[in-house]
Design a protein around this ligand. Structure first.
Ligand code: UD1
Ligand code: UDP
Length: 368
């Protein structure tokens, strides 16, 4: 009999990193795959579902504008409970550290359904950075029966927290699997036609950066754009209205800054490939850039991705205006510093994490 796997997710990054797993489960006769989306990110989630041609079996459709964390959590639990009760899968798969991840894992736990956590074991051990993701992922790991750690470092974190060795598996990160669907060496796009300019790709959305930290970064970008004619900044704005209001105020109407809508995954990965430098507070982008050899200045005070720092592609710079300005200018103007950060390495996997997850699920299942 096939194993009933229900994958539950709701934001853009979860969808991107669960899509390769779902595609793998769909073609494997050992599994019956079902997909539930919370709809936490209505627009950005649907972009990813369309790209991967995934049609959810259940859509909880919980997004509201400027939603609070507690409102989202309770909505998801309320709407997911009857779906799980009616279907009682053999195992639920959740990903990462969002509100959807925690609420879905908790709902499954209340119904005593086994839980597999994809991208398990990432830690900063700082409960407010990133907020609320650090606590979300610690709680989800505590609730999980199988922990799919993307790297050895994340597996070690889990063992240190007394997770049993036989529950913890190193699989690689499914973000790298997703790149096997998108990266196109012959890619072109009208927004990338400015030959001869240095291209900076920027994303920013973290809750702890909303307000003053974001304003400081935007002021640094505006300063660079005004001073350097040979630089072009592309900023696909997150759908969060709080991000968009600030970006439009600080960066609108500058001739070498493109404020654009969130890019489809296919476009974003290929824009990244054609960039000289990335500035971001995103988690996923920190995993993708090292395999492309594109230096990343991380606009955060902490990171749960030490592998990319060790590999030399990522540098933590925080959000102070003067620091962001100086670090960016250094990479734009010092070819040796740039060269040092632009070696392509891939600490996050070989693009086959999804197959490993499927095999581990098939083997582990008899233990439950
Ligand atoms: C969430 C995750 C974060 C992840 C990020 C990825 C939580 C607590 N945080 O943060 O871990 O890094 O997603 O992007 O789960 N909105 C739209 N349309 C969309 C998406 C968002 O309008 O498609 C707006 C809504 O007004 C929403 C706001 O953006 O209220 C913020 O979205 P939310 O899901 O609450 O948190 P994020 O900050 O995006
Ligand atoms: N991404 C995208 N379009 C964009 C910006 C980002 O498809 O305009 C992708 C990016 O390649 C990465 C993921 O979105 O895979 C990261 O999502 P986000 O930064 O929203 O969340 P985080 O990774 O910080 O949780």
């Amino acid at each position: 009999m096939s194993i009933k796997v229900m994958s539950i997710f709701g934001t853009r990054p979860e969808a991107i990193k669960m899509a390769p797993v779902i595609k793998t489960l769909e073609r494997d006769p050992r599994f019956q795959s079902r997909v539930v989306v919370s709809g936490q990110h209505r627009d950005m989630l649907d972009q990813v579902l369309n790209f991967f041609k995934i049609t959810p079996d259940f859509d909880l459709n919980i997004m509201k504008k400027k939603q609070s964390l507690s409102e989202m959590t309770t909505h998801i639990i309320d709407k997911l409970t009857p779906v799980l009760e009616a279907n009682m899968p053999d195992v639920v798969l959740v990903h990462g550290d969002t509100t959807t991840t925690l609420a879905a894992a908790l709902t499954a736990y209340y119904l005593k359904i086994p839980i597999g956590h994809v991208e398990s074991g990432l830690r900063t051990w700082n409960k407010y950075s990133p907020f609320p993701e650090e606590v979300n992922r610690q709680l989800v790991d505590a609730l999980s029966d199988i922990c799919f750690a993307p790297t050895k470092e994340s597996a070690v974190n889990l063992i240190k927290e007394n997770h049993r060795q036989e529950q913890v598996f190193v699989t690689g990160n499914t973000a790298i699997d997703a790149m096997t669907y998108t990266i196109d060496k012959k890619y072109t796009h009208p927004n990338l036609s400015n030959e001869g300019k240095k291209r900076l790709l920027v994303t920013m959305h973290r809750r702890e950066n909303l307000g003053q930290p974001m304003i400081e970064v935007f002021k640094a970008l505006a300063q660079i754009a005004k001073e350097k004619d040979d630089v072009e900044i592309i900023f696909p704005m997150h759908k969060n209205p709080l991000v968009r209001e600030l970006a439009e105020k600080e960066l609108g109407n500058l001739k070498n800054i493109q404020l654009i809508e969130p890019l489809d995954l296919f476009d974003f990965h290929n824009f990244a490939q054609h960039s000289d430098l990335i500035l971001t507070d995103s988690g996923g982008v920190q995993e993708e850039a090292p395999s492309l050899g594109i230096p990343v200045l991380v606009l955060r005070d902490t990171t749960e991705r030490p592998e990319g720092i060790k590999a030399g592609t990522l540098k933590l710079v925080g959000t102070n205006q003067a620091t962001v300005y100086q670090e960016t200018m250094r990479l734009l103007e010092d070819p040796i510093a740039y060269q040092k950060m632009s070696e392509a390495t891939n600490p996050y996997g070989d693009g086959h994490a999804s197959e490993r997850i499927a095999d581990i699920l098939a083997q582990s299942f008899n233990d439950f």
